[in-house]
Design a protein around this ligand. Structure first.
Ligand code: NAD
Length: 471
């Protein structure tokens, strides 16, 4: 598969130029009417609505993602984000009055939400449209200018994004720089006012180090191993259907996909049967084979194809049992849905984020073991509990830390416009979506107004004469 080829030499001069232009423009945009921000968002909305087919085609070319999946996981979330933002923009941008305590009597105070300025968005490949444009919506809503770097691994989508941005915005407002690591590295030398990065924890650390040079604030949307916990009280068929979808949609290349299942040993076999049935029903309903099915996407490229195959091989060598899976096709980056049981905790598949169509099922005897296992790993981006056991639910909520929790479902929380989305520590820093996304790109500026000739501070002006003896 080709990658976007944009020689860094072509860009290196214009990156700096665009940045300077955006710095000037961002000063102008600070005092803009909110209607201007809404106008930009509306233009984006119309473009996405009109260009659904080119978006579907580009993502299909990148990793054979079915058009319906593109509609559900790329176009719909972006349109929802825009509509939700347009609906609330007036309220979000209004200065928020705060009450004055007795010690501040006579003053009036409020919080003004000002744009951070010139923002950099670096996007991943796995939802190449959604995860580039979703943050762009929040950045524009908050009144910023944006430099956007989509992923080099999904070249067709990245080129389409470049075209879209070129049609809708002046480069001093929004500009796309396509390319790989070398383009990111050039961009990261600049003193952006905020960096919004979505990608792996290891690259997240590179971004944070670069940001530290300029004390640039960051939002890091990262990944990790999100567990799905199942106990005896679970409706196994219901859980299997939901996990089958959450795991194998987008070919398992979803940051919030259930990475592995932790299941009480007494119900493990019954669950596995339901799961295999649900995966076949959803992704190979015509029973022609997953490789023929038009409902099953592909691994993004050969590097990841090889990585995932190695994970399966390593797990099998360390004693795992393959209860669903089969032959992979290297020429198509195709790996069938793969389910593993009896997996060693030392297998790489239980150590690294899988990010592919492989689901290990690990058993536990009692819930404390499951919690201990989760807590032995970095904090996940999401945690899923399937069951009706209220004490287990409470215990899991109170004894683990994760970016989010879904009870009796998975992945769904990503699309809730009123919930903050993001991780914690290794799975991320900061939040996005809706109001939280708007806040990520805004500076909360407190403004205190005093009356002329009046101040409570006078009581503490020197000379002190030992006036305040105790507080
Ligand atoms: P990645 O970290 O490899 O790349 C992300 C972006 O960073 C790309 O644009 C890439 O060009 C750039 N990049 C890569 N290496 C770089 C470097 N050394 N210096 C500067 N820039 C660099 O991630 P990916 O493979 O595109 O995406 C998969 C990862 O992203 C997974 O870990 C997944 O869990 C995570 N993810 C998280 C979320 C979320 O919202 N939390 C969403 C999607 C994906």
């Amino acid at each position: 598969m080709s990658t976007v080829k944009t020689p860094i030499e072509t860009y290196s001069s214009s990156i700096g130029e665009v940045f300077s232009k955006q710095q000037k423009q961002s000063l102008h945009m600070r005092s803009e009417n909110i209607k201007q921000r809404a106008r930009r968002l509306k233009a984006l909305q119309l473009w996405v609505e009109k260009n659904q087919k080119p978006i579907q085609d580009a993502i299909y070319k990148d990793f054979k993602k079915p058009a319906t999946e593109v509609n559900i996981t790329e176009i719909y979330p972006v349109l929802t984000e825009i509509k939700h933002t347009l609906q609330h923009l007036n309220n979000w941008t209004k200065p928020a009055k705060v009450d004055a305590p007795i010690s501040m009597m006579g003053t009036t105070s409020y919080i003004q939400y000002e744009p951070k300025g010139v923002c950099l968005i670096i996007a991943p490949w796995n939802f190449p449209f959604n995860l580039a444009i979703g943050p762009l919506v929040s950045a524009l809503a908050a009144g910023n200018t944006v430099v956007l770097k989509p992923s080099e691994m999904t070249p067709h989508t990245s080129e389409l994004i470049d075209t879209m941005v070129g049609e809708l915005f002046k480069e001093e407002e929004v500009r796309v720089f396509n390319g790989g690591i070398e383009v990111s590295q050039e961009l990261l030398k600049l003193p952006f006012d905020h960096i919004f990065f979505t990608g792996s924890p290891s690259v997240g650390k590179v971004i944070m180090k670069a940001a530290a040079e300029h004390l640039t604030s960051v939002t890091l949307e990262l990944g990790g191993k999100s567990p799905a916990i199942i106990d005896q009280s679970t409706n196994l068929k219901d859980a299997a259907e939901k996990i089958a979808w959450g795991k194998f949609i987008n070919n398992g290349q979803t940051c919030v996909a259930p990475d592995y299942v932790l299941i009480q040993n007494t119900v493990a076999d019954a669950f596995a049967e339901h799961l295999i049935g649900a995966v076949k029903q959803q992704f190979d309903s015509k029973k022609q084979g997953f490789d023929i099915s038009t409902d099953y996407a592909r691994i993004v490229n050969q590097k990841h194809f090889n990585r995932i195959n190695e994970l399966i091989k390593d797990a099998l060598e360390k004693g795992a049992e393959l209860i669903m899976g089969g032959e992979a096709k290297a020429d198509e980056n195709f790996i069938p849905p793969t389910v593993l049981t009896s997996v060693s905790d030392k297998a790489a598949v239980m150590e690294e984020e899988i990010f592919g169509p492989v689901l290990p099922i690990r058993t536990y005897e009692n819930i404390d073991d499951a919690i201990e296992f989760i807590n032995s790993k970095p904090k996940p981006l999401a945690l899923y509990y399937f069951g009706k056991h209220s004490s287990n639910k409470k215990l899991i909520l109170n004894s683990t830390s994760s970016g989010a929790v879904c009870i009796n479902d998975c992945v769904l929380h990503f699309n809730h416009p009123n919930l903050p989305f993001g991780g914690v520590n290794n799975s991320g820093i900061g939040k996005s979506h809706g109001w939280h996304g708007f806040m990520a790109f805004s500076n909360e500026k407190p403004v205190l107004k005093q009356r002329v000739g009046l101040t409570t501070s006078k009581t503490v002006y020197p000379p002190y004469n030992n006036r305040v003896q105790q507080v």
